[in-house]
Design a protein around this ligand. Structure first.
Ligand code: GLU
Length: 493
């Protein structure tokens, strides 16, 4: 097993949790760094948790995030298509395979049929609890004769198949992140491998699939660490080579608790909707639990592929800090292509009623100028609607007393008169006008510095600080600017 092959193996719950995306991301980064393969496998053997379209939604979220798999299910023309030589990659389509391997285990004496009813198992569990023992299967069916068992099955009795956990043996393995782990089999339950509905349990399917798909590194959340010895017992029972195990620290919220739906956005789709850039989300997520060697914080996906290593993943939980994510996202927005940001911003601006379909079709450049004017201000795209209101109301309302006082300055009337005069000489503002305006006004009026810039800004936006003046002028256009000047002259000077 020399090739590097990693898998992300989610159960289709209907969405991808941000913590799961990080697992997938680390798989992706490492596989790409090593020239290996990153596989998506759908673990849908728990039929009680079935959700419609869950696989499609999951693939869509992963592909959007740029964590693209090499093998597994893909969406093409709205349909699920599986690609790769190790398929099928959806566990519910692999039942024949699990049946074949469970037969092998039974024959080798490593698994057995169990006919205990739910009522019996509940009773045993209750009794153990009362005695202060850890609830475990009491191995009632473990020594049942195989012929006897087959007769019961032929007679239509319900059954499960359990693992025959060896007695009193130390199971030892080295986790790349957590270090050496040893557990004695006396603490391991004779777990169910095949359920009464004929479906495999997670533990059984995961081992069979990781082996058959030639997975070299099993990367997953550390909630699975306790399950690993059970899986190793299975590898041993089959006589299969054991992959490397890498258990990642849980993604925590700022209160150091597990990041859960109740505290806000946790689904990848939520971040997409708000207008986070996928490369920024990935940049930030990579840093939740992993630290690069230097101080660099902003990474392109290519840089992450180059820098990433499991050795620098921390043993304990990584904190998901939305403020930090916002900062990282803001950095990526500033670097991003202006047309890309404009296209992402358009649906938000439209939904908020700032622009119409007609604007979208006929005034794209104007929309773009507006977006570019505030590109520096936003942390995520949907936030744009909080910054563009200054472009839509010509009745200026100075934001505070300082701004109001500024308009009462002695030189303001002359400044505004000169500004109006300049506007009246042109058909429409353009870049030349916008960029040369202050020079012209200074020459014309002799006013300079703060007394020149601030009143103009306040007249146009009501604010003391804000986007670049040149952009504001271009977005507003001649008529709106004149209206604003007139409004201020008549009401505020
Ligand atoms: N299906 C498991 C999950 O939902 C996968 C755990 C593993 O990667 O082994 O997280």
């Amino acid at each position: 097993m020399s090739d590097v092959r990693l898998r992300f193996a989610p159960s289709p719950t209907g969405y991808v949790h941000i913590g799961s995306l990080r697992t997938a991301l680390y798989d992706y980064l490492f596989a790409n760094q090593k020239g290996g393969k990153y596989i998506l496998r759908v673990e849908d053997t728990d039929r009680n948790r079935y959700v419609d379209d869950a696989i499609e939604n999951m693939i869509e979220a992963l592909v959007w995030a740029g964590v693209k798999h090499d093998e597994g299910p893909f969406i093409e023309d709205g349909k699920i298509v599986q690609k790769g030589e190790y398929g099928p990659y959806i566990q519910s389509e692999r039942l024949d395979i699990y049946n074949k391997y469970i037969e092998e285990l039974i024959e080798k004496g490593h698994a057995y049929y169990c006919f205990c009813s739910k009522e019996r198992l509940d009773k045993v569990r209750e009794e153990q609890k009362e005695q202060g023992l850890t609830p475990m299967y009491d191995r009632h069916c473990r020594n049942l004769d195989l012929e006897e068992a087959k007769k019961k099955i032929d007679a239509g009795e319900d059954y499960t198949i359990r693992l025959k956990v060896p007695d009193n043996k130390d199971i030892n393995f080295e986790d790349v992140v957590k270090g050496e782990i040893t557990i004695n089999t006396s603490e391991v339950d004779d777990q169910v491998l095949i359920k009464t509905d004929g479906f495999p349990t997670y533990h059984f399917a995961v081992v069979v699939d990781d082996h058959l798909m030639e997975i070299s590194h099993v990367v997953r959340g550390d909630e699975w660490l306790v399950s690993t010895p059970k899986q190793i017992i299975l590898y041993n029972a089959f006589g299969w080579e054991i992959p490397k195990f890498i258990h990642l620290p849980t993604v925590l919220n700022k209160d150091k608790k597990k990041l859960s739906k109740r505290q806000g956005d946790v689904a990848v789709g939520d971040f997409k909707k708000k207008g986070y850039l996928p490369e920024a989300l990935i940049n930030y997520l990579a840093l939740v639990g992993w630290s690069p060697e230097g101080n660099q914080e902003i990474f392109t996906p290519e840089e992450l592929i180059k820098e990433f290593s499991f050795e620098r993943v921390s043993k304990t939980g990584g904190v998901f800090d939305v403020d930090k994510l916002n900062w990282v996202n803001g950095q990526h927005i500033r670097k991003a292509d202006q047309d890309r940001i404009t296209k992402l911003a358009i649906p938000h601006l439209k939904e908020a009623g700032y622009i119409t379909d007609e604007d979208i079709n006929n005034r794209y450049e104007w929309i773009k100028t507006m977006v570019v004017a505030v590109q520096e201000k936003i942390s995520y795209i949907s936030e744009i609607v909080d910054h563009v209101d200054i472009f839509f109301k010509n009745e200026i309302n100075p934001e505070n007393d300082e701004a109001r006082e500024m308009l009462k300055g002695e030189q303001v009337p002359a400044l505004l008169a000169a500004f109006k005069e300049e506007l009246q000489q042109i058909n429409e503002v353009d870049e030349e006008f916008a960029s040369g305006l202050f020079k012209v006004l200074k020459k014309k009026t002799g006013i300079k510095g703060k007394n020149l810039f601030m009143p103009v800004r306040i007249v146009l936006t009501g604010q003391l600080h804000g986007p670049d003046m040149g952009n504001i002028i271009l977005v507003l256009g001649k008529e709106n600017i004149l209206e604003r000047i007139n409004y201020v002259e008549n009401n505020l000077v």
